[in-house]
Structures are given as structure tokens and as C-alpha cells.
Write a protein that binds this ligand. Structure first.
Ligand SMILES: *Cc1c(COP(=O)(O)O)cnc(C)c1O
Length: 400
């Protein structure tokens, strides 16, 4: 056993913040003006500059910087008009901030199954859209897997459903050439450390709907200072909503904004680096007997910041055995099949504050064999090869 290769790098280690960003942050700290509305003369705050730049990147009319992806989701729900008791269709397979945002707004989730490629199950979506009468869809492109967006947009159109996209794992990803976040009414992004840009915490909301944008800005906590935003609608639009949107205090500060601004010009290069690693892992893992990797559409330009695979024909104990054996050799695999939430992973039936949910057989079945690995950019291609080797050896041992 002892001569077997061990992987020693951390699965949670991100790349450092650039020296340029550190210098910019130091400058901001020296001014003491960390709050986005604390400007001098006609100075534009970092947060406002970030909004203008991200709206340009995303190709939307408006962008709002907020404190987290979860806050972006919550504000988006309220801004599109969700009221307590309203039904919202959502992926059953997503991360806890999504049900958390729905709960905060009083929305009643209608969870939709996941399919075997980790997309929202389109037949289940069509069926529940029809039967539930929900007017909203909160679509998570979970783990970066983008479903058939033509079909989703069509389902939404047929049933008059307003779509919010949770793009926490698809910032910079496209489907048939269109950026994720631009298919629905609102796109929500996270700049939390493990996402595609890293400011510790942070979120971005994009839209081209002026009313949604104005409501969102006010809800983010702009008071009546919305005029200093970087990519917001004009005063006459605010006049319609300014007294009708609650302040949810979710403003992004200038320090985090500066850190994100530094990373944005490199985002597409970062994505290419992620995908190089993803392809190396995907190719290697596909060749291992007993593992199943997702089918992706040719026109899905994903961001491979994490990888999912299924351990086929394995019992719970075998999967746990595999995960333990890999962990003992430094390879950190997460499992979505656990009955209890662990680390960042949880399942729809662990969000008990939402009340009893109907059993989702498809979701439980897919997640029972779903393994998940982060792919930090601090891994080299050789690292990816070693990870594949270790998983391959432990899979072979499992089948003995
Ligand atoms: C991270 C994440 C969020 C929310 O991001 P925070 O910035 O951590 O609030 C939302 N949805 C998904 C799927 C996520 O992974």
C-alpha cells in the first residue's frame, strides 16, 4: 500500500489575488472610503465601475453588485414580483442558498427532478409548469451543466413563466453562443471564493429590464443614492419604484469590487485554464470502468470548475469505500447521495424548513451515485493525471 502514489495538494486552494489588485485595495483602504456611496466630487466608486464593466461583459443593460450570490437570488425573486405564497419552480438538485433565498421571500418551491446529465429534467419541468400554475422558475445551472435552453425558454413562454437564472457555476459559460444569465429575465452570479471570480464574498445581478433593475438597486440598499450606480436605469424609471421596494442592505463594498474588477479582464483566460484541466480529468475518468461522465451538447461552452461522475452499479457502502480510499490518498471526492447534509452538499429533503416535499425518485436515484470534485486552478495537468490514476486504482480495487 505504502508505495502507492498520494496526492498532496488542497482541493480548496485558489490562486492568489494579483499584486495589482492588492495595490488597488491598499489604495482604497488608505482613503478610508470603503462604502460604495462614500465618494468625493464626481468620483465613481469601484462598485459602480464594476457594475458598468460587468454589464458590458454580460451584454446586458444593467448590473447590480451585491454582497453574495444568495442575496442576488433573493433580490431577483422579489424584483420580478414574487410574493409570499407564490409558487416557484426550481431544481431539486442545487445548493442551499437557492432554497434559502426562496424561503426568505416566502416563495413556495415546486422542486423539479434532475436528469442523468445533471440538468433539470425537462419533462418534469414541462409537467410541473403545466400542473402547478407557477409563474416563476428559478433555474440553477447546477455544477455548470446547462440544459436545453431552447426547450426551457419555450416552456416558460407557453406558461407565462418568468425565469431567474442562478449562474453561480456558469459565469462566462455559453449555450449556442449566448451567455448563461441572458436567457431569463435576471441572471445571478456569485464571486464567493469557490466560484469563477474570487472576492471572498460577493454577487452580481444582471438584467435588461429597467423596472427589475431599478427595484433591485433600491432593494440592495441604495437609499435614494441610486443615481451613482454604474449600470442602472434612468431617474424616471426609479421614480416609478423608489417608494415601493424594501431596503435589504446587500451593498457590495469597494474593496471587494476592486478585487473583482481586477479578475474580470482575465475571466475568459481563467475559463480556458479550467477547461484544460476539466478535459484532462474528463478524458481520464471516462476511461475508467464503472464510471459514467455526463453527455454535453456540442454547443455548450461550459466552465469546468468542478467535475461530476457517477459510480455505476455500486452500493452506498461501495461508494463510501471508494471515497474513503481516495481521501486516504489525498483525493477529495464529495458525494451527493448522503442522507445527511455534509460540507457544501445537501439534498432537497434536508431543507426541512420548507416543509414536507414530494418524493423525487429521479433526483434521489441520480444523486445516490453522484460524485463531485472541485478543480482548483492551482492544480496542474500532471496533478489531474495523478488524480485520475488514484481514482482508477481505487475503482479497480473496488471491483476486486
Ligand atoms: C454558491 C452558490 C450560490 C450562492 O452563492 P453565495 O455567493 O455563496 O451566496 C447559489 N447557487 C449555487 C448553485 C451556488 O453554488
Amino acid at each position: 500500500m505504502n508505495d502507492r502514489a498520494v496526492f498532496t495538494k488542497a482541493f480548496t486552494q485558489q490562486e492568489p489575488i494579483s499584486e495589482a489588485a492588492i495595490a488597488r485595495v491598499s489604495d482604497i483602504l488608505r482613503t478610508g472610503r470603503l462604502h460604495r456611496y462614500n465618494t468625493v466630487g464626481d468620483e465613481r466608486s469601484e462598485a459602480a465601475l464594476l457594475e458598468a464593466e460587468y454589464a458590458a461583459y454580460q451584454g446586458t443593460d444593467y448590473c447590480l453588485a451585491v454582497t453574495s450570490g444568495g442575496q442576488a437570488l433573493q433580490i431577483a425573486l422579489r424584483a420580478v414580483g414574487v410574493r409570499p405564497g407564490d409558487l416557484v419552480l426550481a431544481n431539486a438538485y442545487t445548493l442551499a442558498p437557492v432554497p434559502g433565498a426562496m424561503y426568505a421571500t416566502g416563495a413556495v418551491p415546486v422542486f423539479v427532478d434532475v436528469d442523468e446529465n445533471w440538468h433539470i429534467n425537462l419533462d418534469d419541468l414541462a409537467d410541473k409548469a403545466e400542473r402547478s400554475g407557477a409563474n416563476y422558475l428559478m433555474l440553477s445551472h447546477m455544477r455548470g451543466h446547462i440544459a436545453d435552453m431552447d426547450r426551457i425558454v419555450e416552456i416558460c413562454e407557453v406558461h407565462g413563466i418568468t425565469m431567474i437564472e442562478d449562474c453561480a457555476h456558469t459565469m462566462g459559460a455559453t449555450w449556442k453562443g449566448k451567455l448563461s444569465g441572458n436567457f431569463g429575465s435576471v441572471g445571478c452570479f456569485s464571486t464567493q471564493t469557490y466560484k469563477h471570480m474570487n472576492s471572498g464574498e460577493g454577487g452580481l445581478l444582471t438584467t435588461s429590464d429597467p423596472i427589475i433593475a431599478a427595484r433591485s438597486v433600491i432593494m440592495s440598499g441604495s437609499y435614494m443614492l441610486y443615481g451613482s450606480h454604474g449600470a442602472a436605469p434612468s431617474e424616471d424609471v426609479f421614480a416609478q419604484v423608489r417608494l415601493d421596494a424594501p431596503n435589504c442592505s446587500a451593498r457590495l463594498d469597494n474593496v471587494r469590487a476592486a478585487i473583482i474588477r481586477d479578475q474580470l479582464p482575465n475571466l475568459d483566460r481563467t475559463i480556458a485554464a479550467w477547461n484544460e484541466r476539466y478535459v484532462a480529468l474528463d478524458t481520464g475518468l471516462r476511461a475508467i470502468d464503472g464510471l459514467r461522465l455526463p453527455v454535453r451538447a456540442d454547443f455548450e461552452h461550459y466552465v469546468g470548475s468542478s467535475i461530476q461522475f457517477q459510480v455505476e452499479k455500486a452500493s452506498k457502502d461501495q461508494i463510501l469505500g471508494l471515497i474513503d480510499a481516495c481521501a486516504a490518498r489525498g483525493v477529495e471526492i464529495k458525494w451527493f447521495g448522503a442522507d445527511q447534509p455534509k460540507g457544501f452538499t445537501s439534498r432537497y429533503d434536508s431543507w426541512q424548513y420548507l416543509g414536507e416535499q414530494p418524493e423525487l425518485v429521479g433526483t434521489k436515484s441520480v444523486l445516490s451515485t453522484t460524485c463531485d470534485m472541485r478543480v482548483p486552478l492551482t492544480f496542474s495537468l500532471d496533478d489531474c493525471e495523478l488524480i485520475v490514476q488514484i481514482i482508477g486504482e481505487e475503482m479497480a480495487a473496488l471491483q476486486d
